[in-house]
Design a protein around this ligand. Structure first.
Ligand SMILES: NC(=O)c1ccc[n+]([C@@H]2O[C@H](COP(=O)([O-])OP(=O)(O)OC[C@H]3O[C@@H](n4cnc5c(N)ncnc54)[C@H](OP(=O)(O)O)[C@@H]3O)[C@@H](O)[C@H]2O)c1
Length: 320
């Protein structure tokens, strides 16, 4: 037997119930799947929204009962008959099946082999569990939604969160001048990650001074969406994540700003790109809080605060 979190209902954090279940075996695998002994599972705002019945539940992709979790890191326990390139005992990480049910909040999970790749030696399992969704989102924003490069000025709001702190590192790596908007306590850390300038979102004067100055704004915080819009020069790009941005899109269009609403998904080349950056030490996830798997509800409460620092992850006792 092993433990997994099961949601029998949508609602508050208390619906995240630890349950005993039969441990999957090699006999449960399709030819192209692997069984992963989970060491860590990242917690993302979309997990919270879906738990409440929004997010991927509202989209009709997730139905009850289900096991939450998409970010996964652990060790390959068994491989399907057609899987190549992965071996039993290897450390792996990935974004499991997103936006379909990922089932990563568990001691064991079956995932398509395509969704995972080797964990770099320089990452702990907890860092690996916090990397995929956040880093792939930032990578998508700056290399696919728009192409960020040298001589560009990039603004990132919500810069101190899971996506934001990796977006700062990726934009810096791509050669951009990076302005990070975050609460003051996170400024020194963000400058160490590559931000050229840091501004507190409560500093109205400094925020106003950004008007029409940046080429690309990545808005990761609902409270800073107007500031993000104002900061972009005509002809620049505003990238918003999440729904409910129709009014922002209309305002951007009126101001001659390109608007893009980005949605991450499991995609092999994005995973490989961010893992390579991590392997080279170009990006490094900061994990600020670790909760036991059975404390998933407490982890969700922390994410729900809306003021996370870097990533929050769940950990099993399986750190092999
Ligand atoms: N569409 C997609 O593909 C996609 C993918 C991933 C995430 N997302 C969305 O992107 C957003 C960010 O995700 P995340 O994982 O980075 O969230 P997170 O880890 O919870 O971080 C949010 C950050 O925003 C900061 N913040 C709060 N109010 C702010 C304000 N007014 N101005 C600037 N920063 C503020 C918070 O800390 P401080 O207040 O202390 O600075 C916190 O660091 C979420 O809405 C998430 O759902 C979308």
């Amino acid at each position: 037997m092993s433990v997994k979190i099961v949601q029998q209902a949508f609602g508050g954090p208390e619906v995240l119930e630890p349950m005993n279940a039969d441990t999957p075996t090699v006999a449960d695998l399709a030819p192209d799947e692997v069984l992963v002994a989970v060491a860590a599972a990242g917690v993302n705002p979309i997990d919270v929204m879906t738990r409440e019945g929004g997010g991927m539940a509202a989209a009709g992709v997730i139905t009850l009962p289900f096991t939450p979790g998409w970010d996964v890191a652990g060790t390959v326990e068994a491989i399907g008959s057609s899987v190549t390139g992965l071996t039993v005992g290897q450390r792996v990480l990935g974004l499991a099946c997103f936006p379909k049910e990922g089932r990563a909040y568990a001691e064991y999970v079956i995932v398509p082999a395509e969704d995972v790749t080797a964990t770099p030696d320089n990452l702990t399992n907890e860092q690996a569990g916090g990397l995929p969704m956040a880093a792939m989102t930032a990578w998508q924003a700056f290399t696919d939604t728009t192409r960020v490069g040298p001589d560009q000025r990039v603004l990132i709001t919500g810069a101190g969160g899971g996506v934001g702190h990796l977006a700062v590192q990726i934009a810096h790596h791509l050669g951009a001048h990076v302005t990070a908007i975050a609460s003051t306590g996170k400024h020194e850390w963000l400058r160490g990650l590559g931000a050229d300038e840091t501004i507190d979102y409560r500093d109205n004067e400094a925020v106003a001074a950004l008007t029409d100055t940046v080429d690309v704004a990545l808005n990761l915080a609902a409270g800073s969406r107007e500031s993000a819009l104002q900061s972009v020069r005509a002809g620049g790009t505003l990238i918003a994540l999440g729904g409910g941005s129709e009014d922002l899109a209309a305002q951007a269009e009126q101001a001659g700003i390109r608007f893009a609403a980005t949605h991450v998904h499991t995609q092999r080349d994005w995973l490989e790109s961010v893992v390579e950056l991590a392997a080279q030490g170009i990006i490094e996830p900061t994990v600020s809080e670790v909760f036991d798997l059975a404390e998933a509800a407490a982890a969700h409460r922390s994410v729900e605060s809306g003021h996370s620092t870097g990533k929050i992850v769940l950990s099993t006792t399986r750190q092999s």
